[in-house]
Structure formats: structure tokens, C-alpha cells
Design a protein around this ligand. Structure first.
Ligand SMILES: Nc1ncnc2c1ncn2[C@@H]1O[C@H](COP(=O)(O)OP(=O)(O)OP(=O)(O)O)[C@@H](O)[C@H]1O
Ligand SMILES: [Mg+2]
Length: 386
């Protein structure tokens, strides 16, 4: 049976009238003279669900547990990142017009518009998948879609050890950072696993604590029974109604948090987070884009400058607020394996400048080496020196 747009329209109108999806598919099929058996009904319903609410022909790729990214460069030019490696996917999206229609529909599903007046979009789909799309002529050769899969659950310690993400020697350190309520900044380049590591760390937080998560879009899925989320809202087309991260950080402080978590620190909200962590809110977490741990101070300074903070003020605030930086990397070999490469401490150098000093470094093979910051970290975490 062909699942064409007329068929989808019939299903859609029944679903909006209150029918369950399978009931609607069954009725729509019958009205075109087809009676579906139970397995055909289930598979048709799955396809229709992908078309109506999901990513259409891309949905099976997103459902694949090994896939982390789906990249569309054209109707017959689809790539997936699987196990750290980019491979071509055998998917036919039809015509360039179909790809554009898919991008527009996905953007709408994420509550954003995508058209000639707004040719780029960054949105979150209802299932958490992150969407980025660009229309021509900004995308020179045709519509570009990038989808980042979000895991429905946090990775477990066993999984992170097996994949080499966390070296065994770092496990006591990571556990102690959580149990000692250290304030932790997770840094790394784009896509190196910051959010994934953060979700894991939050899963280690005792069940008796309340976690307030502030995000640009609901992405963190920690395995924890007491998580509440605040999600930023963009202003509408008239520029009204926006709720930014800075405001949400301040709001979170009034919500009796045991842990304040900023999913990604990317602007002036850095000032509010540093203030919060300096005023008795321990055990906080944030992630930050930085290509190396030593770049973290410069990155913090650049963001804080957006909030009008001087270099000296950032150095003072960050050195007293932040206990540790966890820096992630992707190795050059091993299909770009993601791993926790450095645990650093944050302090002020004699010159007064902010610096991150390595306490432990790990290589992709899991070998750990203590650095000059280790005694300070061991003392803060109550770990015995090794
Ligand atoms: N340790 C890991 N093992 C396997 N897959 C991982 C691991 N860490 C991250 N991933 C996968 O890699 C992708 C990117 O991870 P994540 O979103 O955590 O990175 P990020 O650094 O937060 O990215 P961004 O810079 O875009 O915020 C995701 O699809 C995630 O599932
Ligand atoms: Mg992230």
C-alpha cells in the first residue's frame, strides 16, 4: 500500500480528532480499500509515525543505537557517524524539494521556522534530537540537514570504562568530585562528549538530592529520580517573550536546588553561574567549549566580557568557584574515541591570571599520570595522595 501524502493527510486528521495512531492507519487503509493484517498494520504505523512525527526516512537511522549523527547533503547523499566513523547511508530522500520539505517539517516539529527569510535553524525535536538545517543559497549546493542523536538514557560506568572514555584510574577521582560536591566545569571541543559525561556524573548524584538543570534545549538525560529542568525560550518574531539562560540561573537559585547544572555555558550567563557557585551552591556543573584545558581561562574571560566582567573579576570568581575542570578529547586513532583526557584544578597564578593546572592526565589507552595540580585536588576531595 502506498503511503502517499493523501494517505498521511487522512491519518493526520483522524489522529487530531483523537484516534490512536494504529486505529487511524487502519481506518485510512480501509477507506482506500485495503485491509491490513496485524504485522502489516504495525509496520505501516511505524512508517507513518516517522513521517508524521519523526524524521521520516531518516528515522530508522536515528533509531539505530550505534548512530550518533545523521548528515544530509542532498537527496541521495546521506551520511551517518557510526562508531566514531562517517559512513554513507543507503537512503533515498527523493528530490531536492523533498529534502527541503523534510527540513521545514522537522524545524516546525522543533517549534522553529525555516524559510527564505530564516534560512538556518537550530532546533530540538520532541524526542530530544538536535536539528540543524540550512537552505540554499546559504547552503550553496542544496539543503543541508544535520541531526545529532540524543541518547534516551545516560551511559553507565561499565559502558564508559569499556569504551575507554574513562580510564580506570580516574574512577575514584570522578566519584569523589560528585560525592565531595565539587563545582565542576566540563570542557572540550564540539561533539567530544561533554553532555554525555555530564549526564553520567549526574547519575552518580545521591537520590536524596534535587538537581536543577538549565539548558538551551532539553538534552541531558541523567539516570536520577529528582531532576527538574528549565529550558531557555527564544523571543517570538516580535522580539518578545524570550527567557534567557542568565535569568534561568537566577530562577534556579530560588528552587531549593542541591545541584545547579548549566547544560552549556556559552554567553553572559557565565557571570550568574560563577556568582551562584560562589554563594554557597556547591556541587554545580557546567560544560564549556574549549579545545584544550589551558584554553579554559581565555574562554571564560571571553564569555564573561560579554557580561561586562573584567579579567581580574573573572579570575577571582572562577578560582574560588570552580574546583575542577574535566577536559575531554577525541583521539586521532581508534575512530576518534572520546575520552576524559585531563582533570585540572583552577587557580590564580602569581601574576593574578587564571590558570588550569593539570592534576591527572590520561591517554586514550587508559594510562594515568599525576600532574602538579594533584596535591590540591586530592586535598579538596579528601583522596589520599598516590
Ligand atoms: N563516551 C561515549 N561513548 C559513545 N558515544 C558517545 C560518548 N560520548 C558521546 N558520545 C556520542 O557522541 C555524540 C556527541 O556527544 P555529546 O553531545 O555528549 O557531545 P558534546 O561535547 O556535548 O557536543 P556539543 O559540543 O555539540 O555540545 C552523541 O551522539 C553521543 O551519544
Ligand atoms: Mg553538549
Amino acid at each position: 500500500m502506498s503511503i502517499d501524502s493523501a494517505f498521511l493527510d487522512r491519518v493526520r486528521s483522524r489522529v487530531s480528532a483523537g484516534d490512536a495512531l494504529e486505529v487511524a492507519v487502519d481506518a485510512a487503509a480501509r477507506s482506500s480499500g485495503v485491509v491490513l493484517g496485524s504485522s502489516a498494520l504495525a509496520s505501516t504505523a511505524r512508517t507513518v509515525r516517522g513521517e508524521l512525527f519523526g524524521a521520516g526516512p531518516l528515522q530508522p537511522l536515528l533509531d539505530d543505537l550505534d548512530v550518533t549523527d545523521v548528515l544530509v547533503n542532498g537527496p541521495g547523499d546521506v551520511w551517518v557517524e557510526r562508531g566514531g566513523r562517517l559512513v554513507r547511508a543507503a537512503v533515498d530522500l527523493g528530490s531536492e524539494g523533498d529534502v527541503r520539505a523534510l527540513a521545514v517539517r522537522l524545524a516546525a516539529a522543533g517549534g522553529q521556522r525555516l524559510d527564505d527569510a530564516a534560512p538556518t535553524v537550530d532546533a530540538r525535536l520532541p524526542d530530544g534530537t538536535r536539528l540543524h538545517a540550512v537552505l540554499p543559497p546559504v547552503a550553496e549546493a542544496g539543503v543541508l540537514i544535520s541531526l545529532r542523536v540524543v541518547r534516551a538514557r545516560a551511559l553507565t560506568l561499565e559502558e564508559l570504562l569499556r569504551s575507554g572514555t574513562i580510564a580506570p584510574g580516574l574512577v575514584p577521582v570522578v566519584r569523589a568530585l560528585v560525592s565531595a560536591k565539587a563545582n565542576v566545569l566540563i570542557s572540550g571541543a564540539t561533539g567530544c562528549g561533554k553532555t554525555t559525561l555530564l549526564a553520567f556524573l549526574l547519575s552518580l548524584v545521591p537520590d536524596t538530592e534535587r538537581i536543577v538543570v538549565i539548558e538551551e534545549a532539553g538534552e541531558l538525560r541523567p539516570d536520577h529520580p529528582h531532576v527538574v529542568r528549565l529550558v531557555a525560550r527564544r523571543p517570538n518574531v516580535d522580539g518578545a517573550g524570550g527567557v534567557g539562560l542568565s535569568e534561568l540561573v537566577r530562577t534556579a537559585l530560588r528552587m531549593r536546588p542541591d545541584r545547579i547544572v548549566l547544560g552549556e555555558c556559552r554567553g553572559a550567563e557565565v557571570r550568574d553561574v560563577l556568582t551562584a557557585l560562589n554563594t554557597g551552591h556547591d556541587g554545580g556543573f557546567a560544560t564549556l567549549h574549549a579545545n584544550a584545558a589551558v584554553d579554559v581561562p581565555a574562554r571564560l574571560e571571553a564569555l564573561a566580557a560579554l557580561a561586562g566582567m573584567s579579567r581580574d573579576a573573572v579570575a577571582a570568581q572562577a578560582a574560588s568557584a570552580l574546583d575542577a575542570v574535566l577536559h575531554l578529547r577525541r583521539s586521532r586513532a581508534d575512530h576518534g574515541q572520546r575520552y576524559l583526557a585531563e582533570v585540572g584544578v583552577v587557580r590564580r597564578a602569581d601574576s593574578g591570571a587564571l590558570e588550569v593546572v593539570d592534576a591527572v592526565r590520561a591517554d586514550p589507552g587508559g594510562t594515568c599520570l599525576d600532574g602538579p595540580g594533584w596535591p590540591a585536588l586530592a586535598e579538596r576531595l579528601g583522596l589520599r595522595s598516590r
